[in-house]
Design a protein around this ligand. Structure first.
Ligand SMILES: [Zn+2]
Length: 206
């Protein structure tokens, strides 16, 4: 659970694709703040989360300023992808199969993202780079990272979901017990401890 600013939102998911789905709080709550209300927010978030190369920030910002319509459509695509990824990640956290439509959406987005990967020779070595620097650069990078994260499930810890009220954030559960309950001890964990303390204090003694 966090505030709705891309500058300060907690990155506690353990992976950029998980932090991406955590850019909005509890989806059941209509008052839930969303950190991504503008394409510019998405660019800033992507650089901060390590999804987008900082060198691309200014060109994407310029592009967004020059073609605001294209930027807001790109943001809409990002949010659709975010919700599909959330459903697929949540299914893992709940140890069930993902809903078919979310799975198809993620698979389709991953295929599109993969089609933009290209072999690049830089600093005397080959790396997988990206073939263009358009408004969907963030979408492609985050979806590709998500797909890699999903296929690596057997080599990493499972996802969990924060049990804090009005939170619902997901996280890679790296705790020794595998029973982590909070997105972070400093936010939802503290809120819960304060709530329990108050309940205890409010109870009549004797
Ligand atoms: Zn939480």
């Amino acid at each position: 659970m966090g505030d709705a600013s891309v500058e300060t939102i907690r990155l506690v998911g353990g992976h950029p694709a998980v932090d991406f789905v955590n850019t909005v709080d509890d989806r059941r709550n209509s008052q839930s703040p969303d950190a991504l209300t503008d394409y510019v927010d998405a660019v800033r978030w992507a650089v901060r989360a390590g999804v987008l190369e900082p060198a691309l920030e200014s060109s994407l910002m310029r592009h967004a300023a020059d073609t605001p319509g294209a930027a807001s459509e790109a943001l809409a695509r990002l949010l659709v992808a975010r919700e599909a990824l959330y459903e697929v990640f949540l299914a893992e956290a709940e140890a069930r199969a993902p809903a078919g439509d979310a799975l198809r959406a993620v698979a389709e987005l991953a295929a599109q993202a993969s089609s933009h990967r290209t072999l690049v020779y830089a600093d005397s070595k080959f790396i997988w780079g990206w073939d263009h620097h358009e408004v969907d650069s963030i979408l492609h990078r985050v979806v590709f990272a998500a797909a890699q994260f999903l296929v690596a499930a057997s080599e990493r810890r499972p996802l969990g979901q924060c049990q804090g009220p009005n939170c619902g954030w997901l996280f890679l559960d790296t705790s020794r017990s595998g029973r982590r309950r909070w997105c972070s001890d400093e936010s939802c964990g503290t809120t819960e401890r304060v709530r329990r303390f108050r309940n205890k204090a409010a109870r009549p003694q004797g």
